[in-house]
Design a protein around this ligand. Structure first.
Ligand code: UD1
Ligand code: MG
Length: 446
């Protein structure tokens, strides 16, 4: 086992080095390109400030390009032994030795038999995973840039990520095709140990692919929150990978998928840290929808190809909560303005919840009004009524997690709000991982 560990270390070190370079490159390029983006008209106004300055938008595109170059340069590294072995015809002594007593081939490895001699088993399926991940990420970057430039309508752009997920799902189908999930022990007498979900599982993965990028894009509206929440999710995924790689037996059946996950997450952390340095309060650039989609897709890529998409869902709990809470506005039961970000009070310099205004002649319908009042009673919304006629609703706060946090704890300064929400997110995520690794033993026997 030790030699394997040493061999895995080399690509990981290379990945770390590339991530450092990716950080430096995106940090510098964001600075250099900012004026160019503004001149090209790719800009937005920082709404929650006294002086509403115009900042370059869509800087996530710079990160995406640097990131893609970094992972493309990285492609040969995890395969260098295989490439050496395949090209030198066994000139490498280690490989010759290992081939003279071939280990059981990894699933999906292809045997090349030449002149009656086993030359090498190249892990084509591993390479396919890599390439499909890169195609998916390139597609989402392209679509995200399109959205930032032309402001695609919400109901159209919602489904964009499904297209980008197709390469992933095809490779998943061809190489793994595992669509069964483990049944919790108490239910096993009724359902058996495993349930085959078949096509439903692909539907579920498509749903995750649509949800993850969009949910990051709508937990937004204050400086730094899009990037910082993505960094928290990425760090939690890295922590989860480390738990598998360091704590468990080695090599483990899941070793490869968690190494794969690290190769894609480390450069992502590199470019994201550079972006955060420019986007944190007070922001000098905006990240654009490109970044949100790209970040969400990185998580989809590593978790689908690494077979831990259920863990990802656990780590996206705050985003899920924000989405569920937003649903009445997204699906049009409650009016949804273009921006639902918190409201800035110039007098105090603090953020307060932003509101939807209800005119007396345009009141919510009966069941909606009833639900809004119930939420207000549960402290899940702030609702003001006409002082002369309490039946008339005047205002309700916009239904986002950031506004709800301000209903509970506000008014807050912009960076304070971001930090509090991020700390909450990190705590929920760590608890999720704890549940995943400890409490799951209670309902799933290993
Ligand atoms: C999503 C949210 C919207 C929120 C917006 C903020 C939903 C359905 N949509 O829309 O409610 O207002 O994100 O990003 O929930 N901006 C700032 N400060 C920031 C970040 C953004 O002022 O810290 C403004 C800038 O004018 C920037 C614009 O928001 O140009 C970017 O908005 P965009 O990302 O295009 O909005 P959506 O993702 O469509
Ligand atoms: Mg956005």
């Amino acid at each position: 086992g030790n030699t394997v560990r040493r061999d895995d270390g080399a690509p990981l070190t290379a990945s770390l080095a590339l991530s450092g370079i990716a950080f430096a490159a995106s940090y510098a390029m964001i600075r250099w390109l900012s004026p160019t983006f503004v001149r090209a008209g790719i800009k937005g106004v920082d709404l929650n400030k006294v002086q509403r300055r115009t900042l370059p938008e869509c800087m996530g595109a710079v990160c995406a390009v640097v990131y893609l170059l970094a992972v493309i340069v990285f492609i040969p590294m995890p395969f260098y032994k295989d490439i050496v072995a395949a090209t030198s015809g066994g000139g490498n002594r280690d490989v010759v030795l290992s081939l003279s007593s071939p280990p059981s081939p990894p699933p999906g490895a292809t045997a090349h038999v030449e002149q009656g001699r086993l030359l090498h088993r190249f892990p084509h399926s591993k390479l396919a995973s890599f390439l499909s991940a890169i195609i998916s990420l390139q597609s989402i970057a392209l679509l995200g840039i399109g959205d930032d430039l032309f402001d695609i309508r919400w109901r159209h752009k919602f489904f964009i990520p499904a297209f980008a997920a197709i390469p992933l799902l095809v490779v998943y189908f061809v190489d793994f095709g595992v669509t069964s999930v483990v049944v919790p022990t108490p239910l096993q007498p009724y359902l058996g140990d495993l349930v085959r979900l078949g096509p439903l599982y692909y539907l579920y993965m498509t749903a995750v692919a649509i949800f993850s990028p969009n949910s990051i894009n709508i937990l937004a509206g204050i400086n730094g929150i899009e990037v910082a929440q993505s960094i928290v999710v990425a760090l939690l995924l890295v922590f989860n990978d480390a738990l598998y790689l360091l704590a468990g037996p080695y090599p483990h059946p899941a070793t490869d998928s968690h190494l794969f996950s690290l190769y894609f997450l480390l450069p992502f952390l590199g470019v994201s840290a550079a972006l955060l340095a420019h986007n944190w309060y007070p922001a000098r650039v905006f990240v654009g929808d490109t970044y949100c989609y790209f970040a969400g897709m990185v998580f989809v890529v590593v978790s689908i190809l690494g077979h831990f998409s259920k863990t990802l869902v656990l780590l996206l709990l705050p985003q899920i909560a924000n989405f569920v809470y937003s649903a009445p506005q997204i699906f049009g039961l409650v009016p949804c303005p273009r921006h639902r970000m918190p409201l800035f009070r110039a007098r105090t310099g603090l953020l307060e919840p932003s509101v939807t205004v209800w005119l007396p002649e345009r009141q919510p319908r009966k069941p909606v009004a009833w639900a809004l009042r119930l939420l207000a009673r549960l402290h899940l919304l702030r609702l003001t009524t006409d002082p002369d006629d309490p039946r008339i609703i005047q205002q309700t706060t916009n239904m986002t997690l950031l506004n709800l946090w301000l209903v509970w704890r506000g008014p807050l300064r912009e960076d304070r709000l971001a930090i509090e929400v991020l700390v909450m997110q990190a705590c929920v995520g760590l608890f999720g991982l704890f549940v995943r690794h400890r409490l799951a033993l209670l309902i799933f026997k290993e």
